[in-house]
Design a protein around this ligand. Structure first.
Ligand code: PGA
Ligand code: ZN
Length: 386
């Protein structure tokens, strides 16, 4: 729970003077003198001090700021880069990025119901070549869109959001761009989707309010994903393919496709260890999206990632659509060694900040650096038969 001032005369109510004052008064008084190297102890103290289940009193924004600042200070004091300070074992795995290059859903004013269409350079030999392949594909996509008379203005996460006409068109355009950039779709670069299906779900059905205005049942939604996977075997990962409230649908999706592709839970888990545990028990998804500012401390974030690892789930470390140029998630993904990050397109400074940090880390690790590439997908065969 982010604490905003709610004073409509400042920043439309989004000001954070209260959260800042909590850091400067109550929080600073209670953490002063603690051991900065004891991140767990600090984070526990912050949660106790807040006293609510969702950090509503002091604000998750206030608490996470302190949690991360202490992690950084402690790393600096120990002479370690942040990723090494946060890691429990030697960290040398650079993540496979997912770059959100085309947008629909609530992120765009077009006829595409699904929110994010990402490219992921699984075939590159290392992170810097992976980023190069992605950036080249992104720039080629720009020319492809331009040639078709589409807008190439970018949205919040740095992807394009042109007036596309159908839900399939983004995939077709991306495949064309990958090829034209000189890469092989499904081999060098694959596709990840985040349709954000919760946004379509109302009264037990999925409403395609932007494209053909059709309504689909859970079973029809699952059939649609299977169709897409048959048609586009380049899709290796599907996030929020079902709505957070459609638990039975999520279970069925996992039953039918869980051994074929990565199924990432975001809206249903919200980086909350309790909700995630319940999802694991119910056989929902096989990977989790991790957003630091959703749970609100470094320790709880690492716990959630450890829970994923312990149950054979993947973990995708994620930015938010609203971001700053803070690059902590780049260090976090290397520290946890889960090998996946989604942090926007190859544009907009606050997205590039994370990629630049990963380039630095790769250079710093030198010959010890490894690139996750396609290895994270080894347990799925990606082939959906009719
Ligand atoms: P956000 O989500 O807009 O909540 O940051 C992006 C996502 O759905 O992954
Ligand atoms: Zn999502």
């Amino acid at each position: 729970m982010e604490l905003r001032d709610g004073d409509k005369s400042r920043y439309g109510g989004k000001g954070v003077l209260k959260a800042v004052s909590h850091v400067e008064s109550e929080i600073q008084r209670s953490v002063h003198g603690l051991d900065a190297n004891d991140q767990k102890g600090l984070d526990r103290k912050l949660c106790d001090l807040d006293g609510t289940p969702n950090k509503a009193r002091l604000g998750a924004n206030a608490i996470l700021g302190v949690s991360l600042a202490v992690a950084r200070a402690s790393a600096a004091d120990r002479g370690l880069p942040l990723y090494a300070a946060l890691a429990e074992k030697p960290a040398n795995l650079l993540p496979t990025p997912g770059l959100n290059v085309l947008n629909g859903g609530r992120h765009a004013d077009n006829s595409v119901d699904f929110q994010e269409f990402m490219i992921s350079p699984v075939g590159a030999p290392n992170f810097r070549e992976a980023l190069r392949a992605s950036a080249e594909t992104f720039q080629t996509l720009k020319s492809v869109l331009h040639a078709k008379g589409y807008s190439t203005a970018v949205g919040d996460e740095g992807g394009f959001a042109p007036q596309l006409k159908s839900n399939e068109e983004p995939i077709e355009l991306i495949l064309e761009a990958i090829g034209k950039a000189g890469y092989k779709p499904g081999e060098d670069i694959v596709i990840m989707l985040d349709p954000a299906a919760s946004e379509l779900y109302e009264n037990g059905t999925y409403e395609f309010w932007k494209s053909d205005k059709s309504k689909k049942s859970s079973a029809e939604m699952i059939a649609l994903w299977k169709d897409w996977l048959r048609q586009y075997p380049e899709i290796w990962s599907l996030e929020d393919g079902m709505a957070e409230d459609d638990r039975a649908g999520w279970q069925q999706l996992t039953k039918e496709l869980g051994n074929k592709i990565q199924l990432v839970g975001d809206d249903n888990f919200v980086t909350n260890p309790g909700l995630f545990q319940q999802g694991i028990r119910d056989g929902i998804a096989n990977a989790i999206l991790i957003k630091l500012n959703q749970i609100g401390t470094v320790t709880e974030t690492l716990d959630c990632i450890a829970m994923a690892g312990g149950h054979g789930y993947g973990a995708v470390i994620s930015h938010r659509s609203g971001e700053t140029d803070d690059s902590s998630i780049a260090d976090l993904v290397v520290a946890c060694g889960m090998g996946q990050i989604k942090t926007g397109s190859a544009s907009r400074g606050e997205r590039i900040a994370k990629y630049n940090r990963l380039l630095e880390v790769e250079r710093e690790l030198g010959s010890k650096a490894r690139y996750a590439g396609a290895s994270i997908y080894e347990r799925w065969n990606h082939s959906v038969q009719a």
